[in-house]
Design a protein around this ligand. Structure first.
Ligand code: ZN
Length: 379
């Protein structure tokens, strides 16, 4: 039985883009969608009210690795699950923790059974298995769970990439068997997505897709992107994977991308994306606007009385000048992070909404080619 359902409303006749609705236990999500990242059960600098009421975020991504280490999944379960713990009534997707284990944690040992790692907080040893990461995410009560995968760094040999991909496939099957047993007894619904790996090798990506579609999952993720590879390669990996994934299930490209890349992924059949860039760059003073990137510390904004982005409806742009934002940034004020994050996320979500609208109207190719597509240049 499907835990979440996906309804396709329109498909672009020229590209692979589609517009749809993802029906989850915590609300409907219009796709294509960008998911803000709430690593520690918070999007840094914003309240849940800001996210829901100001920006109309429908789904957040939270990190299993971080929340497992602190405050711990048992505590979150005890307090009613992640939705209640963080007072977020809308949908939550959690990753499997695999990416953080491979990128953040200390000495790790990968075996057939799982991965042993050391906490980046205090060095304690922990183990993630395909079964345990399902249990941790079910304790959170996530609407969408991700299966444990091995995300190799870039570049890596074909032989290593093949071993990691095959291990990811075996782990996904183990995770599914466990997940199916667990959810039959649960009154609530939770979907589990497996993750396509295979580094930058088209043959491995294809093989991985073929193996994972046997699982008949509610959705499929494409992982191992944004690990330092050139952008055309990541797009190519999506291009080779997408036609092999079931058309009627959502596809999620993990960890992408820059504003000018969002359309490129959507054009290749991607329905869901996430990235720390809009929030992390905001805190560092890199702001994405309809006129290009604004680096707010530049002297040229010192006495700029205009809004950050004249075309943006967000609270920051409606209320404050570039000069004031620059002042807050230079003074290291907390308010800067909050105002900047609000704007950058609004920008991302607006791009997604405009793309969705264009797909529904049958004008997506025009959108991609038009001035509406965000420029990549700096201002
Ligand atoms: Zn704005």
């Amino acid at each position: 039985m499907r835990q979440i359902t996906f309804e396709i409303e329109a498909e672009c006749p020229v590209t692979r883009a589609r517009a749809g609705i993802l029906h989850t236990p915590h609300g409907d999500i219009e796709t294509p969608v960008f998911m803000p990242v709430g690593t520690q059960a918070t999007v840094k600098g914003l309240s849940q009210r800001d996210l829901a009421e100001e920006i109309d975020t429908r789904i957040l991504l939270c990190n299993t690795y971080h929340l497992y280490l602190r405050p711990g999944h048992e505590l979150i379960r005890q307090l009613g699950g992640l939705h209640r713990f963080m007072s977020w009534p809308r949908a939550i997707l959690t990753d499997s923790g695999g990416f953080q284990v491979f990128s953040l944690s200390g000495i790790r040992k990968i075996t057939e059974e799982g991965v042993v790692f050391h906490s980046h907080l205090n060095g304690d040893a922990h183990k993630f298995t395909p079964e345990s990461t399902v249990d941790v995410q079910l304790a959170f009560g996530s609407d969408i769970l991700m299966a444990l995968d091995e995300c190799p760094e870039y570049p890596v040999s074909h032989e290593y990439a093949r071993q990691a991909m095959q291990r990811t496939v075996r782990w996904a099957h183990t995770a599914y068997q466990h997940y199916r047993r667990q959810i039959t007894a649960m009154p609530t619904k939770h979907a589990l997505f497996p993750i396509v790996q295979g580094s930058m090798f088209p043959d491995l990506r294809r093989e991985c897709c073929a193996e994972l579609t046997d699982l008949d999952a509610d959705g499929y993720a494409i992982g191992g992107l944004s690990v330092g590879e050139p952008r055309p390669l990541s797009l190519q990996m999506v291009e080779v994977s997408e036609p092999l994934l079931p058309r009627d299930r959502p596809r999620y490209a993990m960890g992408v991308g820059m504003p000018d890349e969002l359309g490129q992924y959507v054009a290749r059949g991607i329905d869901m994306m996430d990235c720390v860039l809009p929030s992390r760059n905001a805190r560092n003073g890199y702001l994405f606007t309809s006129q290009g990137r604004v680096i707010i510390k530049h002297t040229r904004y010192k006495d700029d009385a205009g809004p950050l982005d004249p075309n943006c409806p967000c609270y920051t742009c409606r209320t404050y000048s570039r000069a004031y934002l620059r002042h807050l940034y230079q003074a290291g004020e907390i308010l800067f992070a909050s105002l900047a994050t609000r704007h950058n996320l609004q920008r991302y979500l607006d791009i997604m909404r405009r793309m969705r609208q264009a797909i529904l109207l049958g004008q997506f190719p025009e959108f991609l080619a038009s001035a509406d597509a965000p420029p990549a240049q700096m201002v």
